[in-house]
Design a protein. Sequence first.
Lengths: 237, 386
Amino acid sequence: MPYLMAGFPDLETSRAVGEACIDAGANLLELGVPFSDPLADGPVIHAAATEALRAGSTLHGVLRVCESLAEQVPVVLMVYANVVLAGGDGAFAERAAAAGAAGLIVPDLPHDEAAGIRESCDANGLALVPLAAPNTPPERLRAIAADARGFVYTVSVAGTTGERRELPPELRDTVERVRGAADVPVAVGFGISTADQARQVGEIADGVIVGSRVVRAAGEGGPDAVAEVVAELASAL
Amino acid sequence: MTDGLEQRFGPYGGRYVPETLIPALDELEAAWLEARDDPGFQLELSRLSRDYAGRPTPLYHAQRLSEEAGRDIYLKREDLLHTGAHKLNNALGQVLLAKRMGKTRIIAETGAGQHGVATATACALLDVECVVYMGTEDMRRQKPNVERMGLLGATVEPVDSGARTLKEAVSEAIRDWVANVGGTHYVIGSVVGPAPFPALVRDLQRVIGDEAREQFLDRTGRLPARVIACVGGGSNALGTFVAFVDDADVELVGVEAAGDGIDTGRHGAPLTTNARGVLHGSMSAVLQDEEGQILEAHSISAGLDYPGSGPEHAYLRDTGRASYLAVTDTEAVDAFRRTCRLEGIIPALESSHAIAWALANAGPGPDLVTLSGRGDKDLAEVLALG
């Protein structure tokens, strides 16, 4: 499950990057909506968001990219809370659904704050995918899982998005805890960048999310470089 | 959750942060509720506040400003607190709390450098590692404060994203906290951020208002007609207001930065302009465009150069209990100069906004103005104007 930043380096290229991901074997795409202050993101995705906004990316443009990719594979939007709330969460959910999105991941929307946006998503047939962290206490994890739609996005490490040399040793345990609490599939993201890491995560989780590595490739070599990275990752799974 | 510490102020506040931080915020809230009611902790904090920081700070009847205004103006002299601003009230309290929680590393953000210096000071005193995030543009503008933090043993981490000022420094500090949440405490510098920070910082700053109210009654036998303070994030204002909120006859006035003028769009006045959004973990008044992208603020005063504001201020505004207005760079600099000449006090540019508003707006008097800090840090900025 590759993550790409819509509008980076520009809208048209990001659409081509999405196409390249699909051609290389991605069966679901996570499409980042650029935000000025992405708290959960490390330097690579942060810089890509800044660049996308500088290049004039708008929500309208992002949703056009979503529309074209969603005809081929399910697309989940990764979007910060303020972008969802700015024009009202109902209106946002309606627009996202009209653009063919399958769901939303809102990285700065913990369970306690999520009820309103989840309602709007439900009303528009969108899955509000919750996040769980390695340090999420058991009782809270049960509440998150009970309200999960689509899948549970399990954050592999305490930290922001970004490539890391090694997977945390407690990852298997984290994933098992989430799986034990959830009826929906479990995907793992943050810190996964190599084929070997993807294979290891693929053995314990239902989905493997790779973000910064893909975004870095998009910045360095465009769609061709992304195709290469995604194909390598896909072959490891 | 235990009750006693607000998560929300009306629709404002909340915790819009990554899931990883939620346990740390829960832990912080529980620790503060416990420490707040612990006489031992309170004794240690008040002892340090008195012997080390210099509390209580004086209430000063500003004779010549009063003559100029045609009504009595009293200044609450937070500029006389150790390190030169009210920021130390919060930093001392939070670093003490962090030690009590067993944290071994402190991080903070800073804009003008006052909160960074206050936190570095508290960390030196209490012997804890200290890392301060600061935008590279602010590091350039506030070089002496960068040097002060270095002398105090803190590490200043340059932040080079966005406009390279306070907003980015806060974001970077939060990212650090997400990655090091176990042993690190984030000393946020104002009544902003995810719950419980807005309530925690208010509790630590309310010493300003509690002292001022008692001093005012002692001195004049009455309460002020108006209480006036500048608002960036809003900690000196909220710390003052909170003591007067139940005094229905006391008008509360928060003064924001109008920068080049509200109409120009180049300002730092989210409360005045009625914007609502989520920034740095809480819902509040936030400068943003129609798609929810956060806008850069503009103010000559680095402490007011922030596109967000404390959620409790947004609530006080909506309920009509406090009003929020804005003063331009030019008006603030004029008040800065007049306060220097009339009173022999060099006020911080932030506080100069509050003084400017008090001078320009007639009222029945007497007025209480919180002089949140001293202006030595602003000399280069003001002198460059000629």
